[in-house]
Design a protein around this ligand. Structure first.
Ligand SMILES: [Zn+2]
Length: 309
């Protein structure tokens, strides 16, 4: 039987352990890894015999990256958009990432070009004004160049590209999309298909993550103020199967306000700059939504009721 004194000692020991555990686990750094494409969406097709299509290479590199991160950086958790060869839409990837509340979003891709002499790595971000994303992208490219011996083609944002990348535009956390090399280039395709090459790429990205986490800690970016384009409002819910919605290359969100006459409002897009929202508004007006206008919202202060896809 235990004396009351030894019970007290055990109790104190338990409390002591509890507080240590709490301190150790004070913040888990979550990294969302998206191996691009999958399933029916093969991505870029392999060029040489015996080589893998992009979707397979992306999954292999992403898995290696995730393993490096969980094994070598303390207090991290990796979440994947997919761990098997399954089809997943861009909307689904965005939803999964946002629901996971990850601190970083990393999408893994391989590039291709009709000009087979082009080779090298490139890291994409949504906007240069997002400092954490930019820092991570620059660090990844630096690692590629200095430690993995790759031909770094640098970083690019939506303005540099002249186009948005949905997974970077709609995700709420700092994020990068890494093009690990060109499978259209014979030598680079071989490199990306080799176990060693995949390790080089994955460990370069892992080291960049580690550097950014250690140097600047966990920082989010100010993506609170967003612009969306309202395309219509209605007293009753609309049918998203109608042609006017299906033909849009953008997802429409339904907001519901029970106290308003036009209780159902339909918004599209997610921009962080007014000028870009204006561009989207003009495009949507041309596509049949003549009364489209811009609304400014605080992220997190609205709830999407339903989406068109
Ligand atoms: Zn791709």
């Amino acid at each position: 039987m235990l004396s009351s004194r030894s019970l007290l000692v055990i109790l104190l020991l338990l409390i002591g352990n509890l507080s240590i555990a709490q301190e150790e686990g004070k913040k888990i750094f979550k990294i969302f890894i998206d191996p691009g494409h999958g399933g029916k969406d093969t991505g870029k097709l392999a060029k040489q015999d015996g080589m893998k299509d992009e979707k397979h290479l992306n999954l292999i590199i992403a898995t290696k990256l995730g393993n490096y991160i969980t094994e070598k950086i303390d207090n991290t958790k990796v979440i994947y958009s997919r761990t098997t060869d399954k089809t997943i839409s861009l909307d689904e990837i965005v939803d999964l990432a946002n629901e996971s509340n990850a601190d970083f979003f990393i999408s893994i891709h391989c590039n291709s070009n009709p000009n087979t002499s082009i080779y090298g790595t490139r890291t994409h971000i949504h906007g240069h004004k997002f400092g954490v994303s930019r820092n991570l992208a620059l660090t990844i490219e630096k690692e590629f160049k200095t430690r993995a011996g790759r031909n770094s083609l640098g970083i690019m944002d939506a303005q540099d590209r002249g186009t948005n990348l949905q997974v970077l535009q709609y995700t709420k956390m700092p994020g990068v999309l890494v093009e690990c090399g060109f499978i259209s280039n014979l030598a680079e395709e071989k490199f990306l298909n080799s176990d060693l090459g995949q390790d080089y790429i994955a460990s370069a990205i892992y080291r960049a993550c580690k550097t950014v986490i250690n140097d600047s800690g966990i920082k989010s970016e100010n993506r609170d103020t967003i612009y969306k384009v309202q395309i219509l409002s209605s007293t009753a819910p609309v049918n998203f199967k109608e042609k006017r919605f299906r033909k849009l290359d953008i997802r429409v969100e339904e907001f519901y306000y029970k106290d308003k006459t036009y209780a159902y409002q339909y918004l599209a897009g997610r921009e962080y700059e007014y000028a870009l929202a204006e561009k989207l508004m003009n495009k949507l007006r041309k596509e049949g939504f003549k009364d489209a206008f811009i609304v400014k919202l605080k992220d997190g202060e609205y709830k999407v009721n339903r989406t068109s896809r």
